[in-house]
Design a protein. Structure first.
Length: 366
């Protein structure tokens, strides 16, 4: 099955740089066909593509995001039938709507041996505000429908400008990963992982905590007397279903509010399970830290009950010396280490009755 990836963005946003990086790193060993729309845009250097063994089908019928779904379908058919590639990259014209390109692919994907895999928008961090003002709906549409957003030129922009752009993008799209780390610093595989929407930090932590609660409950079941077996089984089933509902609810809500919010749940007898009463707080940040700062923050969370009953803290943030800092905390112990660059700084804390304002103050994030 051929994967189809759409990479959109305005002229000069940095799509060509991204595509070159993905071709040389993210898609190693795959046969890739690039369909680029020549409308108002100079194509990628032909020599580079020939060396990489990639065929180009230039579409001469104008902009694929207009009313050319028929032609577009024919082009895709031809590419799949001729090359049977592992992946098709579509680089649409910078002046179209991403939703139209997605629809054009969806309309034909059932007729061919291909599936829509990802849709990413590249945005120049220095032009975000002015493009939104000048291009209105066209700019907004490219952000709203993106599965991931890649901010280019973040290595040249001031932190305040990056923060402003991220806030503006979040107004339009609350759930897509926003890559703020300069793509030169990220391996192609990491960029691809973000484009294909890997699990959020919050989902990972919630799954861990829910799993532990489930294990604890399961052990408790085994300790019960045999004649309670049926009742336990029902409770276990109910608990499992409820966990699942809670996870679904939280996941949906997370997609609405961006960083999660807390809610309590009860078992069917109305009692709280202590390990199920948790809330979560999450932040994306471009702020840099030192390992010592992070160590002190985690120590404070372990020792100072005024932040709430903290069950977990996890994150990856940019280090002040250019390295990336990864941290994990469970009650009584924490670990701070260095690791590979992440697409943006992310922090997540899970616990009971947590004080979000105090956490934001502690990590010095807005």
């Amino acid at each position: 099955m051929t994967k189809i990836d759409i990479i959109s963005g305005f002229l000069g946003a940095g799509k060509t740089t991204l595509i070159k990086k993905l071709l040389s790193e993210g898609f190693k060993g795959e046969q890739v066909v690039l369909i680029e729309n020549e409308f108002g845009e100079i194509g990628i250097d032909g020599g580079f593509l020939k060396e990489a063994g990639i065929e180009i089908r230039e579409m001469n019928s104008g902009c694929i995001c207009c009313s050319l779904v028929g032609d577009f379908g024919k082009s895709l058919h031809e590419v799949v039938d001729t090359y049977h590639p592992d992946r098709i990259l579509i680089e649409p014209s910078g002046v179209g709507k991403l939703s139209d390109v997605i629809k054009a692919v969806q309309d034909v994907q059932d007729e061919i041996d291909a599936e829509l895999n990802s849709f990413t928008t590249v945005v120049d961090v220095t032009k975000c505000k002015i493009y939104r003002k000048n291009f209105g709906e066209f700019f907004s549409n490219q952000i709203e429908y993106a599965g991931a957003v890649i901010l280019s030129r973040t290595d040249k922009a001031k932190p305040e400008k990056i923060q402003e752009s991220v806030a503006l993008l979040r107004e339009l799209n609350e759930k897509a990963p926003i890559i703020t780390t300069p793509i030169e610093q990220l391996p192609g595989e990491k960029i691809l992982e973000a484009m294909e929407s890997s699990k959020s930090l919050e989902e990972e932590l919630l799954a861990e905590v829910a799993h532990e609660a489930h294990e604890h409950h399961h052990d408790h079941d085994h300790e019960e007397h045999e004649h309670h077996h049926d009742h336990d089984h029902e409770e276990h089933e109910h608990h499992h279903d409820h966990d699942h509902e809670e996870h679904e609810h939280h996941h949906d809500h997370d997609h609405e509010c961006g960083c999660g919010c807390g809610h309590h749940h009860h078992d069917h007898e109305g009692h709280h399970h202590a390990d199920d009463v948790f809330t979560s707080w999450g932040k994306e940040t471009i702020r840099t830290y030192t390992k010592e700062e992070i160590g002190n923050i985690l120590k404070t969370l372990e020792e100072d009950g005024s932040y709430g009953n903290i069950l977990r803290a996890k994150g990856m943030v940019a280090g002040a010396d250019g390295e990336w800092i990864y941290f994990d905390m469970v009650p009584g112990e924490h670990e701070v280490r260095t690791g590979a660059p992440e697409y943006t700084g992310r922090i997540c804390v899970i616990g009971a009755e947590i004080k979000e304002d105090k956490l934001a103050e502690l990590f010095q994030v807005k």
